[in-house]
Design a protein around this ligand. Sequence first.
Ligand code: UDP
Ligand code: MG
Length: 321
Amino acid sequence: MAAPNPVTLSIIVPIFNEEAVIPELYRRITAVMEGIDINWEMVCINDGSQDRSVEMLLALRQTDPRIKLLDFSRNFGHQIAITAGLDYAEGDAVVIIDADLQDPPEVIAEMLARWREGYEVVYAVRADRQGESFFKLWTANAFYRLLRSITDVDIPLDAGDFRLMDRQVVRTMRSLRENHRFMRGLSSWVGYKQIGVEYHRAERFAGETKYPLRKMLRLTTDAITSFSYVPLRMATWFGFSLAVISLIGVLVTIGLRLSGNNAFYGQATTLVAVLFLGGIQLIFLGILGEYLGRIYDEVKERPLYIVAHAHGFDEADNPTQ
Ligand code: UDP
Ligand code: MG
């Protein structure tokens, strides 16, 4: 008979230049976990931090071996960091949480309660967000709704990566090795018994956001291309519509000419029509390129991440290494 799993809950925390929040993060998580009587580990993934994050985590590990650290060889991105956390987590359940305390660790207790009721994925839904710009609120809002309208996967609105997953779900997630990953989409895609819990998203405890507009846009295109063909199909719809409109245009022009009307003479009409169509064609070439580039990345089959140092993990247990 296998020995009982020593770790009940793994808390996965991606870390990218978070020296300003690490002490408070540790304090809040330990405080919450003290109130819940289970074995836990905190799997931190250093995603190529340039600051003192690694030293701080290793120092914490000296006194508390429940803190484990995967040190990436460079910055691979938030979604990949979470992926590595899922690959290495040992717990019967896993919670993914941001380091900046925007996801309050106190919600973990409620997630565990739901898990014990039999739910296999418990995702946290933002009832409101504090301290974020109007731009971020508006774009996030529009993004979730757009994504939902163009995919077949039932991705819950206003839910981020802050969620609990049962070990079974984690195993399934590990089998998904695509390069361009939208983790919350994948976690909906796998199915299982899911439920949401509401929470109030706090302000970042300290430091700056590690998601500049460039990274946000990349996440958005990854999400859309991973879960929808609608952008590709738009070319077909546009093509049909334009073909029908031009056919009507041809008939109207012939009619006008026959009745002796001189409309649509001159180059301007031609030029505008050609440039318009040229623009549309380039846009769709670009969209095609987004999908094509992603196919190329998948074909290369490079590893999703490179762990330079692993602290606290049994190498033999981790075939990914
Ligand atoms: N993060 C990461 N790699 C990156 C960017 C961010 O591991 O390239 C981590 C970051 O340390 C934090 C989480 O992802 O724990 C969410 O980032 P952040 O809070 O800056 O994003 P925001 O809440 O502003 O969208
Ligand atoms: Mg944040």
